[in-house]
Design a protein. Structure first.
Lengths: 197, 252
């Protein structure tokens, strides 16, 4: 998981990173207190989750978030702020969560466990390096499934097969045939090319 | 109440009709009138009670308005978060921040509890505490310069804070800069000038101009109500100047 934290004050950023590291020790976390660097860091890092202060340096944090989302729509935007009044407006950007300061560990844990665009445990990096050959397709299926927030049983039901079948595909024991691949792409809401590469 | 009067009126009419001795009807009439006056008295008492409740409500409302304007939750939560972070990395700065924050809270709570004006020198102390707190995590350096030719006057508590806040957030912004507070006497008025040399290119979003308006608006109202003062804002490319004029009184 990759997380970007942006707030006016470096100490607030530090504080958030402290808790995020506790909650997700394996995550790549980057923070900034310079609003001008947000877009740059976002492009470099391609984070899955962005924590952003709404009152960013007098600027509109929501507008900044909107621009980020235009670049990568499946980014989870989590707003942090001292005021509740912007809550409704924040939903213009399909925010994943809206946290009102002061923030504590429980709020963060909750927000990370209920991401709008669930983040898979399989990263693109892993797809490139670890999974090779036929098992790549399995890994991709698993990744897309996790990003849809579906369990294997749930996916099996939607496809019209049994859970062990999904399991075999994902572990690379079997490869789905073409009609099944098309069904998978349909159910998981991805292009076929994302599954077969 | 009305029922008893009515009953007694009816009884009086009946007695009259049956031609009872005058002393009886007189007594009844007297009783009727007495009842009527008691009724009026009770109505009056209720009206007074209602108006007292209304006055209390208005007072609470105005206290809440002061509260809403003087307490800045965003600022407070940011400071608390910063202190929390500092306790892990730099306890000395954490202690300094906590001390400043206590002073900040003390002046703000006092300002809510009493609408009295305070000596200008005390207001300057409030301003410096605020600037120190804001500086805790500020990338640039905020320089506060004083040029005080007049000192012994009174001013509504925390009237300068919104102006300084604007100067820091929208004027000198992240680069840091200088804020000059100068006072002088001019034409029977005490003039307070707050200038910042902020040349930050600010995006004048609707929210920014809203906030600038609301914060300063409240100050303007208080100045006018409490000491007949006026406020002017002048923004140029090289900075912003806020001028406050207060008619001189024989205080201080």
């Amino acid at each position: 998981m990759k997380i970007l934290v942006a707030d006016d004050h470096q100490l607030v950023v530090d504080d958030l990173i402290y808790y995020l590291k506790k909650l997700r020790p394996d995550a790549e976390i980057v923070g900034t207190s310079e609003p001008d660097r947000i877009a740059e860091l976002f492009d470099e890092m391609k984070p899955d989750v962005v924590f952003i202060d709404i009152e960013l340096d007098g600027r509109n944090g929501i507008a900044v978030a909107k621009k980020l989302q235009e670049k990568r729509p499946r980014t989870n935007i989590i707003y942090i702020t001292g005021y509740e009044k912007y809550a409704l407006e924040s939903y213009k950007t399909y925010a994943s969560a809206f946290l009102v300061k002061p923030i504590d560990e429980d709020m963060l844990r909750d927000a990370l466990e209920h991401l709008r665009f669930p983040v898979s445990s399989i990263t693109d990096e892993m797809l490139r390096k670890q999974y090779l050959g036929d098992s790549v397709i399995g890994a991709r299926i698993q990744k897309c499934r996790e990003e849809c927030g579906l369990t294997r049983a749930e996916l099996a039901e939607k496809i019209g097969c049994v859970m062990p079948t999904i399991q075999r595909w994902e572990t690379g024991v079997r490869v789905p045939d073409i009609p099944m691949i098309m069904k998978l792409a349909n159910v998981l809401g991805v292009e076929i090319s994302e599954l077969i590469g | 109440m009305l029922v008893t009067i009515f009953i007694q009126a009816v009884l009086a009419a009946v007695r009259e009709f049956y031609d009872l001795p005058p002393s009886m009807t007189n007594a009844v009439t007297a009783l009727c009138m007495l009842n009527y006056y008691i009724y009026l008295f009770m109505i009056e008492r209720q009206t007074i009670a209602d108006s007292l409740i209304q006055k209390e409500l208005d007072l609470t409302k105005s206290e809440l308005t002061v509260l809403r304007n003087q307490i800045q939750p965003h600022f407070i939560y940011n400071v608390l978060t910063m202190i929390r972070s500092l306790t892990r990395t730099d306890t000395e700065r954490a202690v300094t921040a906590i001390n400043n924050f206590s002073k900040y809270l003390k002046t703000h709570i006092k300002a809510i509890q009493s609408e009295d004006m305070i000596p200008f020198e005390d207001e300057l102390k409030n301003v410096s505490v605020y600037v120190e707190l804001a500086q805790t995590d500020y990338p640039g350096k905020i320089e506060l310069i004083y040029d005080l030719k007049e000192n012994g006057f009174y001013i509504p508590a925390l009237s300068l804070e919104p102006i300084i806040e604007n100067a820091i957030q929208h004027g000198i912004s992240r680069q840091g800069g200088r804020i000059t507070v100068s006072t002088m006497s001019e034409n029977g008025e005490t003039v307070i000038r707050i200038t910042d040399n902020g040349t930050a290119k600010k995006e004048m979003t609707q929210k920014v101009s809203e906030r600038l308006g609301v914060g300063l608006d409240n100050t303007r109202k208080r100045l006018s109500k409490q000491c007949g003062g006026r406020m002017d804002v002048n923004m140029t490319d090289s900075g912003c100047t806020v001028t406050i004029r207060i008619p001189e009184t024989r205080r201080g």
